[in-house]
Design a protein around this ligand. Structure first.
Ligand code: NAD
Length: 311
């Protein structure tokens, strides 16, 4: 019998349960505890997913409790209240901070080792930093899903414009997962060609088109929330990608929210930068040279988050 790796997901709402479903469809052999204050919902989702087990690789999903954190390699936090239409991230932070403080307390009480905490709840950068402060865990053990989702949206939109597979693009969004995120146009490339070289033969990526795409990335979540009340499919796939990198020690480079201690002159906050993700969590944060405007926007994004944290 193959031994399974245990993961806990705290919050079995739309994001948590869809993440469990995405993980169940990967080839990782997992034991997934769904932990929610609404235990009946967690039980219902676990049963519903397990009823499809005959069609998939072997993972086991069940409704658990905080004692499941004891032998979990990764604890994914998706609990909390989602952002309401037109609600600012500051207001969502106020509503989620209390819930989060209790959750981190329960994780720490029930963990004899330092599992990797993967924060997805919003505002993800602020809650990632709170998880670091409250848990006392090493900073490489705390990851926020950050701008991995924004970067995926960015690649999707550039891919649509260029008619190139988004997986063949190098394109990153860094900074806050939210309104002050920064699109890194200076390093965006297709087969090693900068976008302006590519654009000279194909679609010209002038300032207007760049702004349109950057704005569309920033507004993407708001648009989906307006249409259906929540976003959960793409974030579930982003979260699965981070989990795969950790458990397979892939050492892939993903833009995720990392606790900074002076990188780019930024500290005492978590914000997204391209990082090497492997079995220890954040293995390295890459010192990419951004152009002056992007570097200034990154600093402003960090300052913006710090202001909210202090308030
Ligand atoms: P949801 O309301 O469907 O689910 C939240 C779940 O958390 C509920 O089942 C609720 O019972 C549970 N919960 C609340 N307090 C709890 C506690 N103390 N312990 C355990 N469970 C608790 O919301 P959702 O749509 O799944 O969104 C969840 C979070 O994910 C929100 O903060 C949302 O903004 C965030 N989100 C983040 C991203 C991202 O890119 N980082 C994308 C989408 C959603």
């Amino acid at each position: 019998m193959i031994s399974k790796t245990k993961i806990s997901i705290i919050g079995a709402g739309m994001v948590g349960s869809t993440t469990a479903f995405a993980l169940m469809m990967s080839d990782l052999s997992l034991e997934i505890a769904l932990i929610d204050i609404n235990r009946t919902k967690a039980q219902g989702d676990a049963a519903d997913m397990m009823h499809g087990a005959a069609f998939l690789p072997s993972s086991e999903i069940f409704a658990g409790d905080y004692t499941d954190c004891r032998d979990s390699e990764i604890i994914i936090i998706t609990a909390g209240v989602p952002q309401k239409p037109n609600e600012s991230r500051i207001d969502t932070f106020r509503r989620n901070r209390e819930i989060f403080t209790r959750i981190i307390g329960d994780i720490v009480k029930n963990s004899s080792h330092q599992p990797i905490i993967l924060v997805v709840s919003n505002p993800v950068d602020l809650l990632t930093y709170l998880a670091y402060e409250l848990s006392g865990f090493r900073r490489n053990r705390i990851i926020g899903s950050g701008t991995l989702l924004d970067s995926s949206r960015f690649k999707y939109l550039i891919g649509k414009q260029t008619n190139v597979d988004p997986k063949s693009l190098h394109a990153y969004i860094i900074g806050e997962h939210g309104d002050s995120s920064v699109a890194i146009w200076s390093k965006t490339s297709i087969a090693g060609m900068r976008l302006d070289q590519y654009g000279s033969k194909h679609q010209l990526f002038d300032g207007q088109l760049r702004k349109k795409i950057s704005d569309e990335v920033k507004e993407a979540a708001y648009r989906v929330i307006e249409m259906k009340g929540a976003t959960y499919y793409a974030i579930a796939l982003s979260t699965r990608r981070i989990v795969e990198c950790i458990l397979r020690d892939d050492r892939s480079i993903l833009p995720v929210s990392c606790v900074l201690t002076g990188e780019y002159g930024i500290q005492d906050i978590a914000i997204s930068l391209p990082a090497v993700i492997g079995k220890n969590g954040i293995e390295d944060i890459l010192p990419v040279e951004y152009d002056a405007e992007e570097a200034a926007m990154l600093k402003a994004s960090a300052e913006n988050l710090k202001r909210i944290l202090r308030s």
